[in-house]
Write a protein that binds this ligand. Structure first.
Ligand SMILES: NC(=O)c1ccc[n+]([C@@H]2O[C@H](COP(=O)([O-])OP(=O)(O)OC[C@H]3O[C@@H](n4cnc5c(N)ncnc54)[C@H](OP(=O)(O)O)[C@@H]3O)[C@@H](O)[C@H]2O)c1
Length: 311
C-alpha cells in the first residue's frame, strides 16, 4: 500500500460533493467544426454526439458496430443537418486501432475536439487476441495508441482539445498499476480493480501527453462523466446484469448530463488553454494518488510504447 499516506479525506469529500453538482453548460455555437467521438453507439458517446450536432458540429464517429453506426449517423444527419461519418474499429483488436490511427494521420482533416469515450467494464478476466487484459486494452491502450500516432499532426494543427472519458472508478486501483503483471497472471483480477487500473493508466498518460503538447495550442484533459444510465457492464453475466438493472440503475442519472459536460469541456472559453486536468463533470478535481505518480507515468509510457510496438 505504497500510496496509503498520500490519500486525503478532503479529496473523497470533494468527490462526493462534485458528484451531486450539476455541470456547467455552454451554449456557444460549434458550427462547421469537426468532432471525433469513439463509442458513440450508446450511452454517453451517443448523447455527446447529439449534443455537439445540435450546436452545428460535424461528426466522425469511431464505433465497433456498423449497423448501429449507420443508424446513429442517419439520425444525426436528419435531425441536425450536419455531416456525420463513421469508422469501424473494435478496440479489442489493436490492428483495428492502428488502422484508424493511420487513416486519420493520412487524411487532411482538422480535428477540433477528440473525445476518447469507448470503454468497457468486465467482471471476468478476458485476454484479447493481442494478449492484453480487455479492460486495459479498450479503456487505455486504444486511446493511447491514437493519441500517440496523431500527436505530431495534432501539434502541428495547434487547436485540438483532447478529452479522455475516464472515471471516478480509477479510485478502485488503490495499489496503483502493477507494471510487472498487467495481465493479472500473478495477482487477482477483479472487475472493479482492472477497470480502476485501466482508468488510472489513462490518467497517467495525461501527465506525459500534456508535456508533449505544452504551448502548442493542443490540450488534453480527462473527465468523470457522472454516474449515468447506459449499457456499461451489460456484457457481463446474468447476476451482474440483474444487479445493474434492478439496483444500480435506480441511482443513476441521464447520459444527457454527461453530454452537456463533454460539450462544455470541448467548447467553452472557460476551459480553453486548460490542460492536464481531471474533471468531475465540469469541476476540476484531484485524482487519487496512484494517478498522480510521475515516476509510474514515465515507466508506463515506455512500457506501453514497447507493449503495442509503437516505435
Ligand atoms: N455510465 C457511467 O456511469 C460511467 C461512469 C464513469 C465513466 N464512464 C465511462 O464512460 C464511457 C462511455 O460509457 P457508457 O457508460 O456510455 O457505456 P456504454 O453505453 O456501454 O457505451 C460504451 C461505448 O463503447 C463502445 N465499446 C465497447 N467496447 C468496445 C470495443 N471493444 N471497441 C470499440 N468500442 C467499444 C460501445 O459500443 P457497442 O454499442 O458496440 O457496445 C459503446 O458505443 C466509458 O469509457 C466508461 O468507462 C461511464
Amino acid at each position: 500500500m505504497r500510496y496509503l499516506k498520500q490519500y486525503k479525506m478532503s479529496n473523497i469529500i470533494a468527490m462526493m460533493r462534485n458528484n451531486r453538482k450539476e455541470p456547467e453548460t455552454c451554449n456557444d455555437d460549434f458550427e462547421g467544426r469537426l468532432v471525433i467521438i469513439s463509442g458513440a453507439t450508446s450511452g454517453i458517446g451517443y448523447e455527446t454526439a447529439r449534443e455537439y450536432a445540435s450546436h452545428g458540429a460535424n461528426l466522425l464517429l469511431i464505433n465497433r458496430n456498423e449497423e448501429k453506426s449507420i443508424a446513429v449517423c442517419e439520425e444525426i444527419r436528419e435531425g441536425f443537418r450536419v455531416e456525420c461519418d463513421y469508422k469501424i474499429a473494435n478496440y479489442a483488436r489493436l490492428s483495428d486501432v492502428r488502422r484508424i490511427g493511420k487513416e486519420l494521420l493520412e487524411s487532411d482533416i482538422e480535428i477540433d475536439v477528440l473525445i476518447h469515450n469507448a470503454g468497457v467494464y468486465s467482471t471476468k478476466k478476458v485476454i484479447t487476441e493481442d494478449n492484453n487484459e480487455l479492460s486495459f486494452q479498450v479503456n487505455y491502450l486504444a486511446s493511447f495508441i491514437l493519441n500517440y500516432m496523431l500527436k505530431d499532426k495534432l501539434k502541428a494543427g495547434g487547436k485540438t482539445r483532447i478529452i479522455l472519458v475516464s472515471s471516478e472508478g480509477h479510485r478502485f486501483a488503490v495499489r496503483g498499476i502493477r507494471l510487472d503483471d498487467l495481465n493479472y497472471e500473478n495477482h487477482r483480477h477483479t472487475g472493479l480493480g482492472s477497470y480502476g487500473v485501466a482508468k488510472t493508466a489513462q490518467l497517467l498518460s495525461v501527465i506525459k501527453f500534456v508535456e508533449y503538447f505544452e504551448d502548442s495550442g493542443v490540450t488534453i484533459n480527462a473527465v468523470h462523466p457522472g454516474d449515468v444510465k447506459s449499457n456499461m457492464g451489460l456484457n457481463n453475466g446474468r447476476i451482474y446484469r440483474f444487479f445493474k438493472n434492478k439496483i444500480i440503475n435506480r441511482t443513476l442519472k441521464s447520459p444527457e448530463r454527461s453530454a452537456k459536460a463533454l460539450y462544455y469541456l470541448g467548447v467553452s472559453k472557460e476551459v480553453g488553454g486548460i490542460s492536464g486536468k481531471f474533471f468531475n463533470l465540469t469541476t476540476e478535481e484531484e485524482p487519487a494518488p496512484p494517478a498522480l505518480d510521475r515516476d509510474v507515468a514515465e515507466e508506463l509510457w515506455k512500457a506501453t510504447i514497447e507493449l503495442v510496438g509503437l516505435e
